[in-house]
Design a protein around this ligand. Structure first.
Ligand SMILES: [Mn+2]
Length: 352
C-alpha cells in the first residue's frame, strides 16, 4: 500500500475528512516535494499541494499524486477556501503554531480540528527499498569521509578544520549537505556529548570524537567514531573498550519484536557494570530518515516494538567531565532476523 493510502486508512479509522500537512519532512514524505514552502491538504478523495509562484513548476514535477495550486499572496486565504468544506480536519499538533490554530479555529466554527498525534511520523518509521537505497548512499559517503579524515588529522589543527574537511569531502562526493552541525570534540571537550566543533587545537594523547553525516536525496546519515592522537593511556583504552563492548552487544540485540528500551538496557547494563552508569546520560539511539532524529527512540522510555525496515542508531558513550569521553555510533536497518549496519567504518581504537 502506498503512503497516501496508508494515511487515508488511518484517517478513515479516526473519522477524519481531511489532513493538513505543514511539517517539511512529512510534506516531502507524502508528496515528494522538496521545496521550502507549501501546505498539503489530503482528503479521502483528493490531494492538494498549495505553494507560491517560486515552486509551482517544481511541485508539479515532484508531487505527481497532488493537484498543485498556486495560492494567493497570503497562503491561508487559499487554504481556508478548501478547508471550509471539511467537517473534521486533522493537523500536526507538534508543528502547527498557536497563531495558525487560532486562524483556522476562528475562521471555521463548523470544522472540528483534530490533533493527529504522530500519525505521519509513525508511517515514516518503516522505510521502503527506495528509502533504504538513499540511506545507504548517505551512509557510504560518511564512511568514505571517515576513511579520508584519518589521513588528514594532524596535531595542531582546529576541530573546525576537521569538521569542515568532513563536510567538503561528502559534498564533493555528491551529498547535498551536512545532516546536522558536526560534533568534533577533542581532549577534555570530548566529555561534551554534543560538543560542536570549536577553535580548539587537537593535540597528542587526546581523544577526538567525530559525530557527522550527510544528506543524499533528502535522507540523512549519522555516524560517530572516536580516535586517538598518539598512544592511549590505560584508562583511555579501558573506557574505549567498554563503550565498544556496549555498542556491539546492543547491535547484536537489535531485531524485530524488541522494544527500544530493551535494546537501550543491553548497552546501559554493560556500562553500569563497568562502573560508569552516571557517565552515560543520553539515550542509546534514534530513528534516522528524512530527519536526522526521528521515531523510534532507543532509550529508557522507548516502548516502540522494532520492526523490519526501521532504521536506528546505536550510540552509547561514556563522558567524564574535564577528562574526556568516547562515543561509537552506527546506523543500522532492522531486518527480519536482526539488523544490518549501514555504516561500516572500523570500530577498534584507531591510533593516529
Ligand atoms: Mn545520532
Amino acid at each position: 500500500m502506498g503512503r497516501l493510502a496508508k494515511l487515508r486508512e488511518h484517517m478513515s479509522e479516526r473519522k477524519i475528512d481531511g489532513m493538513l500537512v505543514l511539517q517539511p519532512e512529512n510534506r516531502r514524505y507524502l508528496s515528494g516535494f522538496s521545496g521550502s514552502s507549501a501546505a498539503l491538504l489530503l482528503t479521502l478523495a483528493e490531494a492538494y499541494l498549495f505553494t507560491d509562484f517560486r515552486y509551482v513548476e517544481q511541485a508539479t514535477s515532484q508531487a505527481s499524486d497532488f493537484t498543485v495550486i498556486k495560492h494567493a499572496p497570503q497562503m491561508w486565504d487559499t487554504v481556508t477556501e478548501y478547508v471550509a468544506k471539511i467537517p473534521r480536519l486533522g493537523f500536526e499538533p507538534d508543528f502547527v503554531t498557536y497563531e495558525q490554530y487560532q486562524l483556522l479555529y476562528n475562521k471555521f466554527k463548523s470544522t472540528s480540528l483534530v490533533p493527529m498525534g504522530n500519525a505521519i511520523e509513525d508511517l515514516r518509521r518503516v522505510k521502503d527499498e527506495a528509502e533504504l537505497t538513499k540511506l545507504q548512499q548517505a551512509a557510504d559517503l560518511a564512511d568514505e569521509a571517515f576513511h579520508h579524515i584519518l589521513t588528514y588529522i594532524m596535531p595542531g589543527m582546529t576541530e573546525r578544520q576537521i569538521a569542515l574537511e568532513l563536510e567538503f569531502f561528502m559534498r564533493r562526493e555528491g551529498a547535498s549537505g551536512a545532516s546536522f552541525d558536526f560534533i568534533v570534540a577533542s581532549g577534555p571537550r570530548s566529555s561534551l556529548p554534543h560538543g560542536v566543533a570549536s577553535e580548539r587545537l587537537v593535540s597528542n594523547g587526546e581523544f577526538i570524537t567525530m559525530d557527522f553525516g550527510c544528506i543524499v536525496d533528502g535522507y540523512c546519515s549519522d555516524i560517530t567514531r572516536t580516535v586517538i592522537l598518539g598512544e592511549p593511556s590505560e584508562q583511555q583504552r579501558e573506557i574505549y573498550n567498554l563503550v565498544l563492548k556496549a555498542q556491539l552487544a546492543a547491535l547484536a540485540g537489535i531485531k524485530p519484536g524488541v522494544t527500544g528500551m530493551a535494546v537501550d538496557s543491553i548497552a546501559r547494563d554493560i556500562i553500569t557494570a563497568g562502573g560508569y552508569a552516571d557517565n552515560f546520560g543520553h539515550g542509546l539511539g534514534h530513528g534516522v530518515g528524512l530527519a536526522i532524529h526521528e521515531a523510534p527512540r532507543l532509550n529508557p522510555s522507548g516502548d516502540t516494538l522494532l520492526q523490519a525496515g526501521m532504521v536506528v542508531t546505536d550510540e552509547p558513550g561514556i563522558y567524564l567531565p574535564s577528562w574526556g569521553g568516547v562515543r561509537i555510533e552506527d546506523t543500522v536497518v532492522v531486518t527480519s532476523t536482526g539488523c544490518r549496519a549501514l555504516t561500516k567504518s572500523p570500530k577498534e581504537l584507531i591510533i593516529l
